[in-house]
Design a protein around this ligand. Structure first.
Ligand code: T5A
Length: 208
């Protein structure tokens, strides 16, 4: 059984990650790959439990504890969902992964980024490709307002926080294994850009 692949979608709130995760999963299915679509925080029962704990805003976590909880959720997610799927030959499309901890808890909330990198090393898996969806904050806010629904703990944080997160994601997008996607375009244009960005991975999986 050939090993599957892990593709992460990252970016600030309202960048269109969930929309594009669905479209990417459909595209990969059309290419003939088995696909598992999942998300963070969450993606496994214990990790979904921690998602509620983290996003409800009921507890004002210190940033160290908050970071550890995101990492704990990820360890559970990798153990119970991601690694088994990849070993079974599936392609995993993950809506957020470790870079979100770097952007939100590191760049956004000021937790030491070297320590976050060390924690990332303990996850034991690195995405084969990370797509960083970049959209100006005002465009994202308009999309979220049009969608409606209640704000979670992070959406309630101030604009300076979101500016730091978005600036962090722009730095992260330049790291190896990452591709920046202009997510301010219409849905179909973003979908096309993402399909182009995964082509090398698709070709390498098919072999010569
Ligand atoms: N977090 C997470 C951390 O702090 N640390 C971590 O380690 C991790 C893993 C998760 C929160 O947790 C934080 C980050 C987050 O604050 P979430 O509910 O999963 O919270 O929220 P998000 O991941 O931010 O998801 P959102 O739903 O807010 O945004 P998406 O998924 O980026 O956007 P999407 O696809 O839902 O689209 C939003 C709206 O815009 C429209 C859609 O139809 C939808 O209505 N849209 C577009 N409109 C126009 N043009 C386009 N190209 C569009 N694409 C989508």
């Amino acid at each position: 059984m050939p090993r599957g692949r892990l593709i992460a979608l990252e970016g600030g709130e309202g960048a269109g990650k969930s929309t594009q995760a669905r479209l990417l999963a459909d595209f990969l299915c059309e290419q003939g790959f088995p696909v598992v679509r999942t998300r963070e925080p969450g993606g496994a029962p214990g990790a979904e439990f921690l998602r509620g704990v983290l996003l409800s805003g009921q507890i004002d976590w210190c940033v160290e504890a908050e970071t550890m909880l995101h990492v704990a959720a990820r360890v559970e997610h990798v153990a119970k969902t991601i690694r088994p799927a990849i070993e079974a030959g599936s392609w995993v499309v993950c809506d957020r992964f470790h870079d979100s901890t770097m952007a939100y808890q590191g760049f956004g909330l000021g937790f030491d980024r070297d320590r976050i990198a060390v924690l990332g090393g303990m996850i034991g898996i690195v995405p084969d490709l990370t797509l960083v969806l970049d959209v100006p904050r005002d465009v994202a806010v308009r999309r979220l307002r049009a969608r409606g629904g209640a704000d979670d703990r992070y959406e309630r944080l101030n604009e300076e926080f979101h500016a730091r997160v978005n600036a962090g994601f722009r730095q992260i997008a330049a790291w190896p294994g990452h591709v920046r996607i202009d997510a301010s375009l219409e849905v179909e244009a973003v979908r096309t850009a993402i399909a182009a960005a995964v082509q090398d991975l698709v070709r390498s999986a098919r072999g010569p």
